[in-house]
Structure formats: C-alpha cells, structure tokens
Design a protein around this ligand. Sequence first.
Ligand code: TNX
Length: 513
Amino acid sequence: FISAIITACQKEQKKQIDFPPTDLSKENLIPKPLKIIATNKTFGLDRHTAIYTNQKDEGFFEIGQFLADKIKAKIDLDVPVNEAGTNPIERIIYINRSDSLELNAPESYELYINPDSVIINSNTAEGAFRGIQTLRQIIPEQSNDTLAEQRIWPIPSGKIVDNPTFGFRGAMLDVARHFFSVDDVKKYIDLLAYYKINILHLHLTDDQGWRIEIKSWPKLTEIGGSTEVGGEAGGFYTQEDYKEIVAYASKHHMTIIPEVDMPGHTNAASVSYPFLNGNGKTPKLYEGTRVGFSTFDTRKDTVYAFIDDVVREISEITPGPYFHIGGDESHVTKKNDYIHFVEKVEKIVQKHGKKMIGWDEIASAEVDSSSISQYWSSGDNAQKAVKRGMKIILSPAKRAYLDMQYDTLSKHGLHWAAYIPVDSAYVWTPEEYEGIPMENILGVEAPLWSETISNMGELEYLAFPRVIGYSELSWTSKENRNWENYKLRLANQAPYLDRMDVKYYASPLIDWK
Ligand code: TNX
C-alpha cells in the first residue's frame, strides 16, 4: 500500500513537470526525414528511463545497446537495456520489429515520441538503426536542470515517418595515395553512420600503394605497400585488419565495397610482380601524383590467374555484394585491350559471387546489365551504361568530389574539376542528373581522393561539412530539400562535430553555432 502511494506520488510529481511547448519539426535533423508531425509535448529523458528491444532478435538488442552507449557518450547517462537497472523506471524507449509500417521498405522506420514512451518501429534491424540516428540527433547536448530534482533532457514529442530516396548512400576513401589506419577508418564510419550513410567504398590500390594483404601474393604489400605520396612509409591492412573494418561497418549497418583499381593505376602491383606490367617499362615505386601511366598486361593468362586470386581472397572476407574493379584512366592501355580486360575481369568477379562496379569508362565494354557504373566525369559513358541497362552510382567530380577545394583559399585539395563550396555541393538534384533516368540511379557516393591529405584532421577538413550534404541529397526527397533551411540545420551540427573532435572546415557560408 505504501509503495503504491509512493508510486502515485512519483506519478504526481512527473505530471507536475512543466515543460515548455516544443516543436519536433524544428529540430536540426540531417538528413531531413520524410514526414514530421509535432505534438508539442515532451519526453523527459532521465535516470528513470530504460531501453527495451525486441527480445527475440539479436540485431535489435545490439541496436538498443548501441543507443545506450551513444547516450552515455553524449550526456553521461546510464540507460539500462532490457533490464530494470538501479533506478525505478518511469519512461521507456522501445525498439520494435513491426510489419505494419506506413511505408514498408528495407530502411524505413517510424519514431513515436510521447510523454512517457519513445517507440521506434521498423521491419528490419537496418531500419531501426537508421531510426536510432534520428533519436540521437534530437537528444539535447545539455540537460535542463531547472525542471526537476534530477537532471532531465527534454525531447520534443511527435511522430516521424521516414524512408530514404536511395538505398545506396556512399562515401569513398582513397587509402592508396596516403594510408589511413584502422582507427581512422572507424572514426570515419562513426561520423558517416550518424548521418545515415550506408556504404563505405575503400580505394585499396593505386600506383602509389597496395593496401590489402593478399596471402597468395605477399610482395603486393611487402613491396607495393611500402610507400605513399610524398615518400612517407605507406602501410597496409592485414586481412585481420580488413575484417575488423568490415565488422565495425556492419555493426553500423554499413557495407564495405573493396576496390582494386585495374588495368591502369597498377604501378604498385607491377613493382611487386613485374610480369603484371604492360607498359613496356621497368616499374619503380612511385611517390608522385600523376595518373594514367601504368597498365596491366591484358593479354597474359597469368595476369588473370593473379586477378582471380586477388578477387577470391578479398571476396571471401567481404560480406557485401559488390567488388569494385576501378577501370578509370587507363590511358596507356589500348582500347581493345581495355575492353577485353574489363569483360574478362567481370566474369572473375561474378565467379566469386560479387556484382562488379567500375568507374564510368567500363561501359565502353560489353558488360552485363547487373554490373554497375560509377559516374565521375563522362555523361557519354553514363548514357552507354543506361543503354546497357546498368545501374549508375552518381559521383560527378564537379559536384561530389570531396577532394575538390572549397575555394582558392583551401588548405588542401585539388581543383581540376571545380571549386566546390558547401552550397554547390548541396544544391543539385541527383534524381534528375543529366537526363539519366531515375530507375537507373542506384544512389550517390562522395569520393575522397588522398593525394593532398595524409592524416585524419586533413581528411576531416575536406569531408566535413560537405559529406553531410551528400547524406541529405541521397536520403531526403527533393521536395524536402532546401538550402536556406539546410544551412540552419548544418550550423547546428557544430556541437556534435566538436564533441567528436572533427576538424571540419568552418565555411563562412554557414553561421556555425
Ligand atoms: C581522378 S576519379 C581519378 C583519381 C584521382 C582524382 C583526383 C577517378 C576515377 N580517377 O585517380 O585521385 O581524379 O581528384
């Protein structure tokens, strides 16, 4: 009886908290969700909150734990997952599997925020994971300490119904020109996942370095991995390192796409095993930034046996469906040799159970409609890909290259395609790009080439804030995108970026908070 009275008193107290009216639709969410309906009340996150997840589903439990970890990191609050914890529980965050959503697509989710419960419904763990990112973004950095005895973080109430425009929302990192450590890649994954990016493409090989261990061809990393642009020491991922990256990505519901660039961009491989070389010269380690001088010998069976081993070993430790063969800028490969090469390598990739992706030049070969073309520079190549019925990843250099300078004052980066300030990175329409039919567009990817960057701070300077805009371009419908509104939401990413110690470029176009 007494405990019932105490509970009633606590309920009474709860009711007495006098939250000011809220507006969920004004929250600084990126990417902006499809539908937001504000109900102007408040869920008070505090030490009487617990997370409960779909018990039978491992994937959902992990997401609950992920959310608890992120809440702890952001506001230092311990929220128990699927257990009572030490404080009496008054409010619950539920993460549920549900097959009766308004929108039933692989990543769709619904988020209901009520005064005493938050409910995240999705049909898939992936969708629930995306929903968690939305919730993370609306948990205030600061508690309101005047409302109640305990610290309380007020979350505006309402309903969000969300689903991405594109299922493929990517970033690429060139670890070949300059090597980046496993920890660097993990930090990049953390940041990308917060903005619902679900693809990380790793450019693992180039003229200046081979960065992935191939057990049957050890000199690739022993010799080919020993240098990088500028003459520093280079480096490479052991297969264990790569698996660690893949596992970390998969915990963030992100797919890793490995790229082995060929037949051009192969100097590091040819230095390691000179029989591969097809440009008639003796290959030497290369630390400069020129492109287009190297090629495999496309008419030797032993070259294809080598490629078979490489594709097999990498595919075995890559759970995602894709293998990227590069195929760009093979300026010293004869046209017929190039075509012959791409067609043969496509068969190898398919034999190892993967879908081939290549830079836009691959569409000049008779490739299969199941292969994917990555548009970087040529509208003609994109039209060829459309004729072949291929899907296209949009990475037009003049819009989506993260290594392009912001302006003439930029500390790092190149400008051969364009200067890309934060607004021009955002203000374009992938849904209607150069007449490519929407049904051919797989999604958007923002590549970061690393000729001019060699550490995490420099990476962050070029990637942030622009990559946040690409997340919105590939998730949010075009009706919901608007530069003036985006600018305000972007300005409010500063506390998160600062907390994550991201050395972003503080573009003067944005009124940073
Ligand atoms: C072109 S884009 C390249 C890369 C360079 C990049 C520098 C593409 C498919 N090839 O090899 O790193 O420009 O911006």
